[in-house]
Design a protein around this ligand. Structure first.
Ligand code: PEP
Ligand code: MN
Length: 339
């Protein structure tokens, strides 16, 4: 961290801030000239909030050198994290996985029909919401625990893993029992109580980007989970809120590249909640694969017109299968380009 003092800052002001930092265990490296007073703060500055430094009189500018996240950062760990789901299914470090399924778990026959298609297309993980974060309290809220059990039954029957969204830490025991990846939805990305509870779990966590979260805030949320001891975090870009209304959200495709520079954690893309329109899902999925996403999570449904939620962004099963065919081709092409 580099701190520059205001023109005319006093010796007392300089002493106050530097002595306080030294007391906290930091080393001060003064690089002032006769025109400007500047010093570096050496040590573990990830635990310092640069905004707090402005509480000192005489501070003009504080610049962070180290990222505020530690365990999630690429400088802390150089090699890509690979999250192992068992049965040879891994995400990250060159391992790509496809997650697909309905927005909400509805009926068992529909879920089974969907799961069979997920598998046929080369998908390995069945998605489905049992606890739904709906904007309106009058919309379908999900089947709850029964939904989780249904996901598990169907996934086991077909040979898939399960990802589903948790809304409260009260349900953690059930999630640990029935799912393979616990999803934290965009609306809960900064539910720190929930993140801390998940830090104590050993299940992989799919951490979606908040509706208007910066990449740094998102990685700080990953840090919460990792600080608690759970290092199995998979990030998920799902679009952010911008001034644009034509799509549901704006897919920030460059965040895949940014996260790969800043962090060793795997990152996947959810084009469904980004676009909000089924017609855009295939192309956005291909674009995500092209920038190096470690996987995709896509909403699909046998009859989107009658879906309990998010039908407009759900691909019909045949469209999913033809998209998967193109994804496999694109992945092969990318392999040959690497050679
Ligand atoms: C979902 O995956 O069904 C969902 C609600 O996503 P998000 O949290 O990204 O809105
Ligand atoms: Mn949805």
């Amino acid at each position: 961290m580099i701190i520059q003092l205001k023109q005319g800052a006093t010796k007392e002001q300089y002493n106050k801030i530097t002595q306080d930092l030294i007391k906290k265990g930091y080393e001060i490296k003064d690089v002032s000239s006769d025109k400007v007073i500047v010093f570096g703060v050496l040590g573990d500055t990830a635990i310092l909030d640069e905004r707090d430094m402005y509480a000192y009189d005489g501070v003009y500018r504080v610049t962070r050198v180290q990222t505020p996240f530690k365990k999630a950062s690429r400088s802390f760990k150089k090699e890509d994290t690979i999250v192992d789901l068992g049965d040879g299914i891994k995400i990250g470090g060159g391992h790509f996985q496809m997650m697909a399924g309905p927005c909400s778990v509805e009926t068992e026959p529909l879920l089974l029909q969907t799961a069979i298609a997920v598998k046929e297309g080369g998908g390995t993980i069945l998605r489905g919401g049992a606890f739904k974060p709906r904007t309106s309290p009058y919309s379908f809220q999900g089947h709850g625990l029964e939904g989780l059990k249904m996901l598990r039954r169907v996934a086991d029957q077909v040979g898939l893993k399960v990802v589903s969204e948790i809304m409260s830490s009260e349900d953690l025991v059930d999630f640990e029992k029935y799912v393979d990846i616990i999803q934290v939805g965009a609306r809960n990305m900064q539910n720190f109580q929930l993140l801390k509870a998940l830090g104590k779990s050993r299940k992989p966590i799919l951490l979606k980007r908040g509706l208007s979260a910066t990449i740094e805030e998102w990685l700080m949320s990953a840090e919460y989970i990792m600080a608690g001891g759970n290092e199995g975090v998979i990030l998920c870009e799902r679009g952010i809120r911008t001034f644009e209304k034509y799509t549901r959200n704006t897919l920030d495709i460059s965040s895949v590249l940014a996260v790969k520079e800043l962090s060793h954690l795997p990152i996947i893309v959810d084009p469904s909640h980004a676009a909000g329109k089924y017609s855009m899902i295939e192309d956005l999925s291909l674009a995500s694969v092209a920038v190096g996403s470690d996987g995709l999570i896509v909403e699909i449904h046998p009859q989107p017109e009658i879906a309990y939620s998010d039908g407009a962004q759900s691909l019909k099963l045949d469209k999913y299968l033809s998209m998967m065919h193109k994804i496999h081709q694109l992945k092969e092409l990318m392999e040959t380009l690497k050679k």
